[in-house]
Design a protein around this ligand. Sequence first.
Ligand SMILES: Cc1cc2nc3c(=O)[nH]c(=O)nc-3n(C[C@H](O)[C@H](O)[C@H](O)COP(=O)(O)OP(=O)(O)OC[C@H]3O[C@@H](n4cnc5c(N)ncnc54)[C@H](O)[C@@H]3O)c2cc1C
Length: 561
Amino acid sequence: MIPAAPVRDVDYQALEFAYRPCADQRAPRPAHHPVVVVGAGPIGLALAIDLAQRGTPVVVFDDDSKLSTGSRAICFSKRTLEILDRLGCGQRLVDKGVSWSRGRVFFRGEALYGFDLLPEVGHCRPAFVNLQQYYAEGYLVERAAELPAIDLRWKNKVVGVERRDSHVEVGIETPDGPYRVTADWLVACDGARSPVRAMLGLETQGRVFRDRFLIADIRTRAELLPGGASERWFWFDPAFHPNQSVLLHRQPDDVWRVDFQLGWDVDPAEERKPERVIPRVRAFLDASPARGAEFTLEWASVYTFACMRMARFRHGRVLFAGDAAHGVSPFGARGANSGIQDAENLAWKLVRVLRGTSAPALLDSYADEREFAADENIRASTRSTDFITPKSDVSRLFRDAVLGLAKEHAFARRLVNSGRLSVPATLRGSALNTPDVDAFVGEMEPGAVAADAPLARGGEHTWLLHALGPDFTLLVFAPEPPAWAEGGEASVVCIVPRGTRAASGAFEDVEGLAAARYDARPGTVYLLRPDQHVCARWRAPDAAGVRAALARATGDAVRPA
Ligand SMILES: Cc1cc2nc3c(=O)[nH]c(=O)nc-3n(C[C@H](O)[C@H](O)[C@H](O)COP(=O)(O)OP(=O)(O)OC[C@H]3O[C@@H](n4cnc5c(N)ncnc54)[C@H](O)[C@@H]3O)c2cc1C
């Protein structure tokens, strides 16, 4: 066993984290903590890091002592990377992972079309990075170990959760026996089967898809894509796997993810046996530029997918995030990506409530906003899965007709759905938004995630998202902060056109992309939340307007559920 200390260049799959007895186990009465997080998967870890970076101590319980088994998630989205940048480990994912934005779709051996998920320049992060989930979790564990406010307890299984008006009581089992703690707030990030959900008698509801997919990670030195491309390739009904679909992703370490659709009437236990998996991979490779290539099987599993969510993500002092709260099929890479957005939405709100600067009703906005985002993900994921897995002969006929037309006709291409990929939800209807009073064009409406753009200051290149403060930020398109902004709660970031004389702290909009993306004119101001969402914008605000928008964004307008 090795301790949970920072480690580099390690076999993350083999890592085992030591169980350590703690003082709470010997305390005469249950110790009290502001926040406990159940589950050290990607979501629990991201939440704990965000809380700790904001100065809130957090105890994280995990019943296991290892990182995710097998690869599971491999596609981490631009927004996830931006959040992980704020949490101090985005660069490690980018350095290790395979960055990509392009893909191709094939039908019966014919190339239909290619797509680019990030066709514009001027973003720090790519559309996606492919990286095995255990690396992402390993980097998060290492980051957590750097933060003394995080107490990460491996082999601590939460076996009881009782809700009280003023606190939550938690029962834990360890190799040394049981103990109890109390907490102001408990966040269940304990995965799709969520024992906490079961302990509270709560349910998740939705739809299971009657189809099965073999997910095989193979290792080969051979090049599977022409010219060494890093792209997502999707085949409908290819000759090497007739009547089904196949998806290919490149991962680091010469590993490739191949997803084979199997249909409903197969025996999952049989299909995951190497003697069944290897011939499928062989047929696939022999139809690729890597014909005859040698490979080893890294990991294989057979899945059925469901789109589910809990009716409410907040139950008093217990909140649910990540797979515990919602689940989608992996076509679209929405599970971990949306869960990490849950974590960033919740962290700053919990901190405000704990500090008493916002009422607990602010946490209802977490539930409202992330339930809305989960519904959007479930809709997108359901549409993809319905297209990939037609439910009737008529749907299949329609699907194949669309595919047949897609090569020549742009309208048909828009109907093809091989798994639209994860983008963050625009929280349009959020009670925290101040509706526009001025006219704007473009995507930066209240509720949107702030767009990135290249900036410079003092000759140093930087990015708009890196310039934002950890709390509320006023993005001011002017050379100097307005007088009314002085001493306010929000920090101020001034942006000026390239070459403009400005206060020394101002950033230059080196390529004019910040002004273009924010439809900014001189004097335009945006108010951004700590999770980098736009919550208000004006052409020429005054102190009272900004104060009112801040009050709204910190919970004044949230009606308790
Ligand atoms: C094949 C596959 C491919 C996928 N691909 C993608 C992708 O490309 N992109 C993407 O974004 N998502 C993808 N996903 C989804 C992604 O893996 C999940 O959404 C993600 O792991 C959810 O993280 P989580 O932290 O919510 O839950 P988990 O990762 O399940 O972590 C839950 C943690 O809680 C702990 N726990 C459980 N019960 C207890 C208890 N009683 N006490 C203490 N601890 C407990 C567990 O040990 C675990 O560590 C994929 C999933 C699969 C299966």
